[in-house]
Design a protein around this ligand. Structure first.
Ligand SMILES: N[C@@H](CCC(=O)N[C@@H](CS)C(=O)NCC(=O)O)C(=O)O
Length: 210
């Protein structure tokens, strides 16, 4: 098995954090997306969408989506369970992870991709050029992330973790998203005290530095 990774990119970090929580290590290859290595012909054979992370299995199968990679790892290394332990918990983890991806990560990506000079003409990942930035999406993304933070703050008022009692994939998705959003100078609203408390706790886990 081989993981195509990039140390500075948020979605590969999700997979690394997940693996660290499991205590699993997989040989990895860096695809430096800042140097446009995702567009090389060799990497396109692994990832036709020119996106990292990708997990290549020993039979050559390539899994090119971070949550799908993590689900595969969960199947072969079931403990600790990071997608929920029973039917209800699995549904709630999935629900929060999807909320986090659509309402938080997606909006954070809008902020970063449409504002940073390094993404000029590359407003979407996996496209070498021809995708102009839309400056209005920076502010819209910021408002959407703020709205998610207020929603999450209520959840964390009564729960230690994003999806309830135990640390899960949903915590990983929100945690890496908050760090990623700082590239657009985003700060969690000061009144979201529960989010701040939760974030400090997650930051102290060894997996946070994976
Ligand atoms: N939904 C995908 C998103 C993957 C993604 O956006 N990857 C970024 C790095 S975080 C990428 O490969 N960007 C390449 C580019 O900027 O062209 C996943 O979770 O795996």
């Amino acid at each position: 098995m081989k993981l195509y990774d990039f140390s500075l990119a948020p979605n590969p970090r999700r997979v690394r954090m997940f693996l660290a929580e499991k205590g699993v290590s997989i040989p990895s290859v860096q695809i430096n997306t800042r140097e446009r290595e995702q567009f090389s012909e060799d990497f396109k054979r692994v990832s036709p969408r020119c996106i990292v992370p990708v997990l290549e299995l020993d039979d050559g199968t390539c899994i090119a989506e971070s949550v799908s990679i993590c689900r595969y790892i969960e199947e072969i290394h079931p403990e600790p369970k990071l997608f929920g332990r029973d039917a209800k918990e699995k549904a709630i983890v999935d629900m929060w992870n999807r909320h986090a991806e659509t309402d938080c990560y997606g909006a954070a990506a809008e902020m970063v991709r449409n504002g940073a000079p390094m993404f000029s003409d590359r407003g979407l990942p996996g496209q070498p050029s021809g995708v102009p930035q839309i400056p209005e999406l920076v502010e819209r993304g910021r408002r959407t992330v703020d709205r998610f933070m207020r929603y999450l703050d209520q959840q964390l008022a009564n729960n230690p973790f994003v999806a309830g009692d135990v640390f899960s994939m949903a915590d990983i998705t929100v945690f890496i998203t908050i760090d990623f959003s700082q590239r657009a100078n985003y700060q969690v609203p000061a009144d979201c005290k529960n989010v701040q408390r939760w974030r400090d706790e997650v930051a102290s886990r060894p997996s946070a530095s994976a």
